[in-house]
Ligand binder design. Structure first.
Ligand code: F6R
Length: 608
């Protein structure tokens, strides 16, 4: 997490840096800061809160800089205060550093520096870096950085400036993304190349402890063993996509409403209807690679993991290939068994999630082929995986994932149909599945048309502090996702649970103050779910059902019903999840929560 930006060149470095970190605010927004060199002195300004707060302070300070670095933070070590905000400086204010990642051995280094007489002013791990560099500096900036970096363990992307060297920024990256953009007579450093793509698209991505000395229109790169290496610039193709809120009060609501359109994009040009199958032009594997898949391993975190969980049901049901679905942060510390024939699908909206990235790197090292599903062109996972299928959801600005999730489901379903058609599925069966996909945009629009009804229910239940979301089979991962949406944006405790598990413990929590949102769209298990809901009802629990139109048997059980269009079980999580997203949105709105940037969260999770 955290966004780093640096600028050197003929444009205004203050303005460029502030503009840069605004674009990076999706990576964290609890505090922000800027530093630079002005006439042989380091000047800096930091503020707790969002970049807009920093901007006001910078304006008051009339800052003028020759070179700048800036940061927007998602707190790891130390509370989100002004003192802990980056940039961090050494005591003599000669070196300034911005950092993304975690320096794991900072307690030992801090202890050593304290013994040498250094006084620390923050609780962060980052602050050791400027103190170390300053203590090692004897006139050669690069040499001091090299020596300091060789003492660091952990994940770090750093941008560093020195008051005696206003002609350069030193950038270092180890297991944390960092891009260097080179323009004519200017250069940029950023956690995400999209933050400077309006100015240059010639980019160098640093990794594995590489150090770059970045000057106006020029760079030099050194590897971990201090050898200068040749690294050519890559041209990134995509232009930054801009998203505006328009008529909507929040990006989250806008993105919920975009789903009919972006779902259409998810399948546009990918259906081969005549043959009842699917073709992804980005899928670079040959037919034999796909035919030789014996087992699929799916990785993801949060919402992306929920999409993976749904895919596990689909692939096993329709393509009859065994699937294992894992949470990346758990999987990466297993000693995974990767039998021959294992095919890996990594799911990540951002393409930057540290845990998923680390897990896929380990799997690639073991020889597995990795397909990434991601929404961001040029992201680290896009670049590193063997193939990447794009979600085509457009920029998702709201921190809570909505449209990316439903597009993930559709693309995973299409991939399933493709695999099944390569095996046993006949053309007519394939065609029927494609018809079901094509109906989704209209069905989702029908859910959106019920917004007022959903908002009314949400308002009536918004005072409750505990919720259950229950479902079976496809509706179980959908219930995990529904509960996550409510937790994230309204700060209500919500548990997604397989309905059949309630009697094994959680039912003890049910009473008149703990409503249950029942996801009823899995036809195969609906009878069983009804029994579970009766058990809830018998304990005075209120039931809000999200059910396909025409479902019978709910009238005596559900206190409220949100009717959604009927589709096949494998895709029912799409309309159901859109209803659950609207429910969470209106509960959060009623409670006055900050919806687009919920507390403690960030859009891109680049630390473990
Ligand atoms: C929830 C949400 C998160 C992300 C998770 C993984 O609304 O957005 O749970 O799904 O942090 O992020 P990606 O998909 O970028 O790997």
């Amino acid at each position: 997490m955290c966004g780093i930006f640096g600028y050197i060149g003929s444009q205004n470095p203050v303005k460029m840096a502030l503009q840069g970190i605004k674009r990076l605010e999706y990576r964290g927004y609890d505090s922000a800061g800027i530093a630079g060199v002005d006439a042989g002195k380091l000047r800096f300004c930091k503020e707790a809160g969002k970049v807009a707060m920093l901007e006001q302070e910078v304006e008051k300070a009339h800052m003028h800089l020759e070179v700048s670095i800036a940061h927007t933070r998602w707190a790891t070590n130390g509370a989100p205060t002004k003192e802990n905000a980056h940039p961090h400086l050494d005591s003599a204010e000669s070196v300034a550093v911005v950092h993304n990642g975690i320096i794991e051995n900072y307690p030992e280094l801090r202890e050593t520096l304290i013994k040498q007489g250094v006084t620390f002013v923050s609780e962060t791990d980052t602050e050791i870096v400027p103190h170390l560099i300053a203590s090692l500096y004897q006139g050669d900036f690069l040499e001091a950085v090299r020596k300091a970096v060789s003492m660091l363990h952990g994940a770090y992307a750093l941008a560093i400036i020195h008051r005696d060297h206003p002609d350069c920024i030193i950038a270092v990256a180890h297991e944390s993304p960092l891009a260097v953009g080179i323009g004519s007579n200017e250069a940029f450093i950023s956690s995400d190349s999209q933050a400077f793509a309006n100015y240059t698209r010639d980019v160098l991505f640093l990794s594995n402890g590489e150090i770059a000395v970045v000057k106006r229109g020029h760079y030099e790169v050194f590897d971990v063993s201090n050898q200068q290496i040749t690294r050519d610039l890559q041209r990134i193709e995509s232009k930054p996509q801009v998203s505006l809120k328009g008529e909507y009060e929040h990006y989250t609501l806008k993105e919920i409403h975009e789903q009919p359109t972006v779902l259409q994009n998810a399948f546009a040009g990918r259906l081969r209807e005549e043959y009842g199958t699917v073709q992804f032009e980005e899928l670079k594997f040959d037919v034999n690679d796909l035919l030789s898949i014996e087992r699929i391993l799916i990785l993801g975190c949060g919402t992306s993991w929920h999409a993976g969980y749904l895919a596990a049901y689909m692939i096993e049901d329709i393509a009859r290939i065994p699937v294992q679905v894992e949470i990346s942060s758990e999987f990466r510390y297993k000693n995974p068994i990767v039998p021959h024939g294992t095919f890996v699908i990594a799911i990540s909206q951002s393409g930057e999630t540290a845990d998923t990235l680390a897990a896929t790197r380990e799997l690639q090292a073991k020889g597995a082929k990795v397909l990434t599903l991601c929404n961001v062109h040029g992201s680290t996972m896009d670049r590193e995986s063997d193939a990447c299928v794009y979600l085509r959801a457009g920029p998702e600005v709201g921190v809570c994932s909505t449209k990316a999730f439903t597009n993930q489901i559709v693309i995973l379903f299409l991939f399933t149909v493709m695999l099944a058609r390569m095996r046993h599925l006949n053309r007519q069966e394939g065609q029927a599945f494609l018809q079901a996909v094509k109906a989704l945009p209209q069905q989702v629009q029908a859910v959106l048309d019920m917004e007022k009804h959903i908002a009314d229910i949400a308002k009536r239940y918004a005072h409750h502090d505990n919720f259950f979301f229950l479902g079976r089979r496809y509706m179980y991962p959908a219930s995990l996702e529904g509960a996550l949406k409510l937790k994230e944006i309204s700060y209500i405790n919500a548990n997604g649970y397989p309905a059949g598990e309630m009697k094994h413990g959680p039912i003890a929590l049910i009473n008149e103050n703990c409503p249950t949102v029942a996801l009823c769209a899995n036809k195969q298990t609906f009878g069983k779910l009804l029994n579970n809901l009766m058990e809830v009802k018998a304990r005075n629990g209120k039931v809000i059902a999200i059910a396909p139109e025409g479902t019978e048997g709910l009238s005596d059980i559900a206190d409220e019903v949100i009717w959604v269009p009927e589709t096949i079980d494998e895709l029912a999580s799409v309309p159901t999840s859109v209803a659950a997203q609207l429910f969470a949105y209106y509960v959060a709105l009623e409670r006055g929560a900050e919806i687009d940037q919920p507390r403690n969260l960030a859009k891109s999770v680049t630390v473990e």
